[in-house]
Write a protein that binds this ligand. Structure first.
Ligand SMILES: NC(=O)C1=CN([C@@H]2O[C@H](COP(=O)(O)OP(=O)(O)OC[C@H]3O[C@@H](n4cnc5c(N)ncnc54)[C@H](OP(=O)(O)O)[C@@H]3O)[C@@H](O)[C@H]2O)C=CC1
Ligand SMILES: O=CCS(=O)(=O)O
Length: 253
C-alpha cells in the first residue's frame, strides 16, 4: 500500500489531499499543529485506510527529525511527501510590515519545508522509483505583486530548491515537483489577514477561485504519474485570474 506524508493537513489543500489519497487507498501520515483537527480527520479517514497523525510544528527541526525517524514500519517506505504547510502574512507594503511576520514566513515556508524534506529523504530513497516530493510553491514565487515581499520570495525558494533537489536525486527515481497554484479559496487569506473574515470573503466574492479539491486532484495526479515522468513545475490559476500591466509612478499633472 503506498503511503503519503502531508504537512498542513488540518485545512485547505492538505486536508483535501488527505481525503483524495484516502479515497485511492493510500496510507496517510498527517501533520499540523491543531491536534483536534488532526484527530477529527483521523477518526473519519481511518475507516478507509491506515492513518497516523503527528501534531508537529514544521519549524521545530528536532521534533520533525524525531517524529519522522520513528515512523511505524507499516507506513514505510514513503511513496510521497507533500510539503504543503505554509502561510502568507502581512499583505501591506514591505515598509509597513512587522519584522516578526517576515521571520514567521521564512521559518515556516523555507526552514520548515527544508526540515521536513531532510528528515523524509531517506524514507523516500528507500522507495526510490515512483516516489515523489510535491512542494507547494505559488504563482507568487514567479510573479511579483504589491504586498508579496517575503511570501513571494519564500515561494521562489521553493521553486529553486525543488529544481536543485532534482539534480541531486537524479538516478534515485525520486521525483520532485514545484506545484504553484494561484488564487485558491481556503483559510489562506484568513491567516494572511490575521483573522479578518470580511477581507477573506471579499477577496473570493464575485469570482471563481480554485478550490482545495482542485489542488488535491493535481497532487494525486502528480503522485501517480508513470514512474519515468517528472513534472518539474505545474502552475495553475483559476480562469478568472491573470496578470496585470506594470505599475508606473508618474509626476502629478
Ligand atoms: N490558498 C492559496 O491561494 C494558495 C496557497 N498556496 C500554498 O499552499 C499551502 C497550503 O495553503 P492553504 O491550504 O491555502 O492554506 P490553509 O491556511 O488553509 O492551510 C495551511 C496549513 O498549513 C499548516 N501550517 C501552517 N503553519 C504551520 C507550521 N508552522 N507547522 C505545521 N503546519 C503549519 C496549517 O496547519 P496548523 O495551523 O494546524 O498548523 C494548515 O493545515 C501553503 O504553503 C500556501 O502558501 C499556494 C498558492 C495559492
Ligand atoms: O500563494 C497564494 C496565491 S497568491 O495570493 O499569491 O495569488
Amino acid at each position: 500500500m503506498p503511503s503519503v506524508l502531508i504537512t498542513g493537513a488540518t485545512s485547505g489543500f492538505g486536508k483535501a489531499a488527505a481525503m483524495r489519497f484516502a479515497k485511492a487507498g493510500w496510507s496517510l501520515i498527517l501533520t499540523g499543529r491543531r491536534e483536534e483537527r488532526l484527530k477529527a480527520l483521523e477518526s473519519e479517514l481511518s475507516k478507509q485506510v491506515p492513518v497516523l497523525t503527528l501534531t508537529l510544528d514544521v519549524r521545530d527541526s528536532d521534533a520533525v527529525t524525531k517524529a519522522l525517524g520513528e515512523l511505524p514500519e507499516q507506513f514505510l517506505p514513503l511513496t510521497c511527501l507533500i510539503n504543503n504547510a505554509g502561510l502568507a502574512l502581512a499583505p501591506e507594503p514591505a515598509q509597513k510590515v512587522d519584522l516578526k511576520d517576515w521571520h514567521t514566513m521564512i521559518d515556516t515556508n523555507i526552514t520548515g519545508l527544508v526540515n521536513v524534506t531532510h528528515a523524509a529523504l531517506p524514507l523516500l530513497l528507500a522507495q526510490g522509483e515512483g516516489a515523489s516530493i510535491l512542494n507547494l510553491g505559488s504563482v507568487a514565487g514567479q510573479w511579483p505583486y504589491p504586498g508579496g515581499h517575503v511570501y513571494g520570495a519564500s515561494k521562489a525558494f521553493v521553486q529553486q530548491f525543488s529544481y536543485n533537489l532534482r539534480c541531486d536525486l537524479l538516478g534515485t527515481g525520486v521525483r520532485v515537483t514545484d506545484l504553484a497554484p494561484g488564487m485558491a479559496e481556503t483559510e489562506f487569506t484568513l491567516v494572511r489577514t490575521k483573522g479578518n473574515q470580511e477581507a477573506s470573503d471579499a477577496l473570493y466574492r464575485g469570482t471563481t477561485p480554485l478550490q482545495a479539491e482542485d489542488i488535491a486532484e493535481q497532487l494525486y495526479y502528480l503522485a501517480t504519474l508513470p514512474a519515468h515522468i517528472n513534472i518539474n513545475r505545474l502552475e495553475i490559476m483559476p480562469v478568472r485570474q491573470a496578470w496585470s500591466p506594470f505599475n508606473i509612478n508618474r509626476d502629478p499633472e
